[in-house]
Design a protein around this ligand. Sequence first.
Ligand SMILES: Nc1ncnc2c1ncn2[C@@H]1O[C@H](COP(=O)(O)OP(=O)(O)OP(=O)(O)O)[C@@H](O)[C@H]1O
Ligand SMILES: O=P(O)(O)OC[C@H]1O[C@H](OP(=O)(O)OP(=O)(O)O)[C@H](O)[C@@H]1O
Ligand SMILES: [Mg+2]
Length: 291
Amino acid sequence: MPTSEPTSDALRVAMPNKGALAEASANLMREAGYRVRRESKELVVVDAEQQIELFYLRPRDIAVYVGRGHLEVGITGRDLLLDSEAPAVEVLQLGFGGSTFRYAARAGQVSSVADLDGKRIATSFPGLVRKNLADHGVDASVVRLDGAVETAVTLGVADVIADVVETGTTLRNAGLEVFGDPILQSEAVLIRPQDRAETTPAVDVLVRRLQGVLTANRYVMMDYDIRVELVEQACALTPGLESPTVSPLHREGFVAVRSMVPRTATNAVMDRLYELGARAILVTEIAACRL
Ligand SMILES: Nc1ncnc2c1ncn2[C@@H]1O[C@H](COP(=O)(O)OP(=O)(O)OP(=O)(O)O)[C@@H](O)[C@H]1O
Ligand SMILES: O=P(O)(O)OC[C@H]1O[C@H](OP(=O)(O)OP(=O)(O)O)[C@H](O)[C@@H]1O
Ligand SMILES: [Mg+2]
């Protein structure tokens, strides 16, 4: 079946069609209440009811489409955005697809960027590497490869590589070690054209929905009972985003407190609250929120 034609007023969003960012991007948009594609051959998903169209594109191409203004927003990696040199800017950090972009070589061969003069550097991100070399005043040749650049050293195509490092497993398998400072810390980001001075209401709604999902995932809701004279100390442990809700309890001398707590701090905060005297400490998931 052919894909539906885009409708005119809809917000047009670029989605990664494959690779490291695809699944998490789809999950994020689904949690934000949008219909995402059900199978990987779908190129466009039109959601007429919500006035949104998702275009599934190669992550590397997304900044090009958005930078030229053909799509209003897109999800891609910061490294891909900067490498493309497309005139697009970050609107929101999405908290997944984290990686660093680093130089690596055989152990003991190179220890700093200054040592790269005259060397051959293999990479799939020539834009990022040329800029970094220029920033350091280094004259090296860049060998552009499509992927699997770690093997370029083994095969003698390059002396050094510059590539995405997540766990470091691929580098280790190739017998390479990172050197120098990270060129870039990357993560998935929502981007929009640089020259659009103002966002549109439709983009604002998308951003608020995505922020809602990110917050709901990053925080839990914590409830507990505490003696009234300890409530200030307790609230200092659970300050929440704005201010905790404190309600009277039927039992005199006690209050109930409700506050959002960073998910990663859940158990440490519960330990400290318990030590302070809080009881009936309950943690619940936040299904969705709009702050
Ligand atoms: N382990 C990882 N491997 C590759 N990319 C990762 C990893 N972790 C995070 N990322 C991020 O995902 C994006 C790259 O995605 P993807 O793998 O789809 O691109 P690509 O390698 O250029 O494409 P492909 O491998 O399909 O040619 C970058 O923003 C990168 O920083
Ligand atoms: O540090 P790690 O966890 O090992 O991950 C980083 C590796 O993963 C990516 O490769 P990808 O699978 O995208 O293949 P590619 O090189 O062909 O793009 C990246 O280019 C590195 O090679
Ligand atoms: Mg890849």
